[in-house]
Design a protein around this ligand. Sequence first.
Ligand code: DSN
Length: 435
Amino acid sequence: MDIHEITSLIKDTDPEIFDLVTKEEERQTSQIRLIPSENYASPAVRAALASVFTNKYGEGYPGRRYYQGQVNTDAMENMVRERAAKVFGYPYANVQALSGAPANLAVYNAFLKPFEGRIMAMRLDHGGHLTHGSPVSVTGSWFEFLHYGCNENDVLDMEEIRRMALEFKPHILVCGYTAYPRTIDFEAFGEIAKEVGAISMADISHIAGLVAGGAHPSPWPHIDIVTFTTHKTLRGPRAAIILSKNPEHAEKIDKSVFPGMQGGPHFNTIAAIGVALKEADSDAFRAYAAQVVKNARALAQGLKKRGYRILSGGTDNHLMLVNVRSTHNLSGKRVAKAMEEVGIICNFNTVPNASDRQKPLNPDGIRLGTPAVTTRGMKEEHMDELAGLIDRAISNVRAGKIPKGESHWKDEGLVKPLAEDVRALAEKFPTFTWE
Ligand code: DSN
């Protein structure tokens, strides 16, 4: 039985959900997905999610559960922890956090008391994350945050970060971002943390697959605690891993995840993490990770030569930010919506050094990434073709206020042929291609 047959089991029981699953599969196949935090999990990962492990409860950790019947779950969770440790080179791994936000909160909760802890992290509108102390996240109200940002060249200034850390004296210094296109200097972050007596933490959710595949430097041995989601470049299920270097930290983190923040682990998801880690520990995955970066560089280059402003001038990883307000007088939101109409899916995003019109829901930029298209087998030459398609879409979007009921396209006649060309490129690359 293949994954499509498993999906078809939904049909008789629940035709409405089956219909939406089928439509979503068609959408993911026919459109070009450039959201850098999305990917295509393999059929094996998806099959593990659908496995009998979903039927089992098991609060606690292997060998220390509150339920009987753990012979297979204990063996499986231990195996997944060992795989995580092997792939990332850290001795301790917690694989129970349900996703990235609870993983980050679990780390803060492991080491700090609410209303007493000081944390330093990147500001959200420069590429941080909600859980890095945004005022709308509990992290921002439970802990005192100081935020650093990018300099006028859209990159991190390690001297400035060091100066801020010496003054603020954080208990935890966070690096790792959701919208930063450049290599993170984990060694420099680790040294600053040591100098100020902080725990260093890296949220490598976006680049976990690149680290696993050797396409981005590893946080090991510079960073104390590493958190990441497993579904982005790592191409696993929607879940998270927390790595640590020393046994005291590992014990505190385990206690903070359970019983501190969660009940029973999702064993089917943990099994799927295991499958993803096994896939990641392969030459095929290392080639994939390298290709993700090559493709991102080629896409950035293709857009640059067509006159687009790529923040920081390019990319070292899987993503790029494009400031469309500065070149086309368009908001990122209008561009992202226009691109969706022709089948290219990205997300609008705040950018550093923005105009004074930038707001979170109406930012100056869009964020593009290559993990999903690379899984489909696209290479550098297709990135140039894609840049051309993106340019045809953006060049046809009207700037300024559009009267109600009027199209946001300059020429509506150009939309259908463009959508057909996007679909034709997408359909040349079936999903789940491995090479
Ligand atoms: N910040 C989200 C993203 O990068 O898409 C994930 O939490």
